[in-house]
Design a binder for this molecule. Structure first.
Ligand SMILES: [Zn+2]
Length: 121
């Protein structure tokens, strides 16, 4: 794993982190306006509003999980453990890291974890 490659990945991870933070902030904005809108509504739509809230919470959860993966990858870069499979310790191919900068497992461990689902990555 070259220094150059690590620097490239660090830049991409930092950029990714910013994008995720922005998307969470944008959803928070929607969330607030949704809550405001609910305050002035009739009772009729409460059920669907409730589902909307749950859906947005789930979306934020996905973003939060991605954020965690990105943060973890940045820590691994600092510890010089970036690009090594968490499970078997094998070097993750650079092409895979370029596609998913926060990947922590090699393709075979990852696909094993997902029940041998056939996937490109
Ligand atoms: Zn592995």
């Amino acid at each position: 794993m070259s220094q150059e490659f690590n620097e490239e990945m660090e830049k991409r991870l930092i950029q990714l982190r910013e994008e995720i933070l922005e998307s969470i902030a944008a959803e928070d904005e929607d969330f607030r306006s949704l809550v405001n809108a609910m305050g002035i509504k009739d009772d009729g739509d409460v059920a669907s509003d409730d589902m909307m809230v749950k859906k947005m919470e789930a979306l934020n959860q996905i973003a939060a999980n991605r954020l965690k993966s990105v943060e973890a990858a940045l820590v691994r870069l600092k510890n010089h453990r970036y690009g090594m499979c968490l499970q078997c310790g094998v070097k993750i191919p650079e092409e895979r890291l370029r596609a998913i900068p926060y990947a922590v497992m090699c393709v075979s461990c990852k696909s094993g974890q997902e029940g041998n689902k056939k996937r490109a990555w």
